[in-house]
Design a protein around this ligand. Structure first.
Ligand SMILES: Nc1ncnc2c1ncn2[C@@H]1O[C@H](COP(=O)(O)OP(=O)(O)O)[C@@H](O)[C@H]1O
Ligand SMILES: [Mg+2]
Length: 247
């Protein structure tokens, strides 16, 4: 069983509000192997833009209810495009939206994911707004969901799909001479500065989640979804350029 998390940076243009990359969504839907897999996607410019501007991660206040509702709608629209792309390719996929069933602090309801998988249907979920017992509402990132589901369901492999080849010693979008690391074990001195706003931690947050998954004894890697064929090869278990994260 595989868990695949496709970053918002891949399926949207992160710096333009609500801008999908339709051709990338189509190609990744082609490459995605539906058997015994869960798909999680990020929000990109369908989430981070409003979340950042109205501080949705700080909780529900008197003035930001409408923004929570708007982000939830925007994310549903992005999600629909992904589900549609899969169904057009005869890959049966159904959405399980986190905001409708999860409260931060409660056990993540993984059972329903398994129920769909056992019936040959790909459960799809995404980084979303969520109920929070302390601050009213908050945000649960796709990366965090990948951890919750990994802990509960123990997949054979977790694949993070992002917009760069893997983890570098520093941000490759800023430093042309940044070095790609084939493996990261946590001992390396890495620099993560200088990215587009991402309320859920960007590559640094992703590495934290990936290490937590590796500690469960699960194989975990990050690959570039903007390069044709990498997701397909990774899902086939073939060797592919990227970074493996070790415990
Ligand atoms: N040391 C680093 N190695 C790789 N990427 C980095 C690093 N530091 C910052 N980044 C940035 O992290 C981004 C990926 O994180 P993010 O935008 O959150 O992706 P996703 O949408 O997949 O969650 C890359 O586009 C890259 O610019
Ligand atoms: Mg991210």
């Amino acid at each position: 069983m595989y868990i695949v998390k496709i970053g918002g940076s891949v399926i949207t243009e992160k710096s333009r509000y609500r801008k999908m990359r339709e051709n990338v969504i189509s190609r990744l839907a082609d490459e995605f192997i539906p058997e015994d897999s869960i798909l999680i996607h990020g929000a990109g410019s369908f989430g981070h833009y409003i979340a950042d501007k109205f501080n949705l991660n700080d909780g529900l206040g008197d003035s930001n209810r409408i923004e929570y509702a708007r982000v939830a709608l925007d994310l549903q629209e992005l999600n629909s495009a992904i589900i549609r792309a899969l169904i057009e390719r005869e890959k049966p996929a159904i959405t399980i939206p986190v905001h409708s069933f999860h409260m931060v602090g409660e056990e993540f309801p993984h059972r329903r994911f398994k129920d769909y998988m056992e019936r040959g249907i790909v459960p799809v979920t995404y980084g979303d707004v969520v109920l929070d017992p302390r601050k009213g509402m908050g945000i649960c990132s796709g990366d965090q969901i990948a951890f919750h589901l990994s802990k509960a369901l123990r997949p054979d492999k977790v694949i993070f799909v992002t917009d760069v080849d893997g983890i570098y010693d520093r941000n490759p979008k800023i430093y042309g001479d940044a070095k790609l690391l084939g493996e990261v074990s946590g001992k390396e001195k890495l620099n993560f500065s200088g990215t587009v706003p991402d309320v859920t931690g960007s590559m640094e947050g992703k590495l934290r989640v990936m290490r937590a998954i590796a500690k469960l004894g699960i194989e975990v890697m990050v690959i570039n979804g903007l390069v044709r064929g990498r997701l397909r090869r990774a899902m086939r278990g073939e060797d592919v350029k990227g970074t493996r994260v070790l415990a």
